[in-house]
Design a protein around this ligand. Structure first.
Ligand SMILES: Cc1cc2nc3c(=O)[nH]c(=O)nc-3n(C[C@H](O)[C@H](O)[C@H](O)COP(=O)(O)O)c2cc1C
Length: 181
């Protein structure tokens, strides 16, 4: 797919077919994510592929703050990717002190860059995905027994699209851009 077309045609997909996502596809998505830039090339973003339906159901039921839309987003997808970041590295000095005034901001920034590569690569492969920010981090950590020192950045249900939503309205370049001359 042509690059600009891929950027503009990618949509958040919230309804999926039952067709599985293969291990090779998962690896290709994470490989695309691996090429995202990161703070001092620290590469602190991690991907936990939840292939177990039972675990996905538990996350959907117990870790969505009863937000029914996200419960459905997760339980209706054949794959849930849980994106984490290793704490205290991106944006920090080796002694643990923050390099800038922005604390853990850069950790989140790196996660966003990585996830954008992931969702664009998914779109290019004909897969749909949606980034979820509304979830109970402590519950997700407990259910998946995630390693100490990793924060959960986002949940991403992935699968073949069973819908083709219109593009939500975008702001114009004039609204977004200020030129300082
Ligand atoms: C940080 C972040 C958090 C989001 N959280 C949710 C969420 O919890 N549930 C959901 O259905 N969509 C969520 N979305 C998807 C946005 O609603 C969606 O990206 C936006 O409406 C633009 O639509 P598009 O992705 O199709 O261009 C989230 C997106 C981002 C980037």
């Amino acid at each position: 797919m042509e690059f600009q077309n891929c950027i503009e045609s990618r949509r958040s997909i919230r309804r999926f077919t039952e067709q599985a996502v293969s291990k090779e596809q998962i690896e290709a998505l994470v490989r695309a994510a691996a090429f995202a830039p990161s703070w001092k090339n620290s590469q602190t973003v991690r991907y936990h592929a939840v292939c177990s339906k039972a675990l996905r159901e538990r996350i959907a039921e117990e870790a969505t703050f009863s937000f029914s839309k996200n419960r459905m987003n997760i339980s209706g997808a054949p794959l849930l990717m849980v994106v984490t970041t290793v704490d205290g590295i991106s944006g920090y000095e080796p002694d643990g002190s923050p390099t800038t005034t922005k604390g853990s901001h850069w950790q989140s920034f790196d996660a966003g860059l990585s996830v954008e590569n992931f969702v664009l690569a998914a779109a290019e492969m004909g897969l749909g995905s949606v980034i979820l920010g509304i979830f109970d981090e402590a519950k997700v950590k407990e259910i998946l027994q995630l390693p100490e020192g990793e924060s959960v950045s986002a949940l991403i249900p992935v699968g073949y699209p069973a819908e083709s939503p219109n593009c939500p309205k975008r702001k114009s370049v004039d609204e977004l851009l200020t030129v300082h001359e």
